[in-house]
Ligand binder design. Sequence first.
Ligand SMILES: [Zn+2]
Length: 170
Amino acid sequence: MRLDPASVTEKDLDRFWSYVDVRGPDECWPWLKSFNGKNGYARFCAGTNKQIRCSRLLLFIMQGPPETSKPLALHTCDNPRCVNPLHLFYGDQLDNMRDCAAKGRNAVQVNPDIVRGVRNGMTKLTAEQVTDIKRSDLSQSALGRKYNVTKHAIWRIKHGINWRQHSVAA
Ligand SMILES: [Zn+2]
């Protein structure tokens, strides 16, 4: 059965990241858990026999559900086992067939937002607040209420630490 990405909890996400070999921002991040037998795509399981492609789950967390015109969860790197959020984008069938170089250009339009964490309400936060969020022991939900942003925004800031540690240019 298809796992609804909106039902995925923070606990699930902690488990998700424990299955990822996190590398530098330009490298592929190999998924260490299970794969779809037919096409080799990394898949994440939660609940009772429910699963979702890792690429689709990550895009949902970062950008929300896809627009109907761009329903596919695609990789710029053409590596179905990769779960580097910076290598993922929503696209259509035409994007899917374009060459890698074109897909790379597409992704560049998305990437800086994700890396710098300015999407979806995070622009409301000052640098000091972001630092406080990173250091705080409060739950992600509590931090979201405190700063009036979504808990997913908090989640991205928390995980942004990892990305920035690896990031030189950003
Ligand atoms: Zn990749």
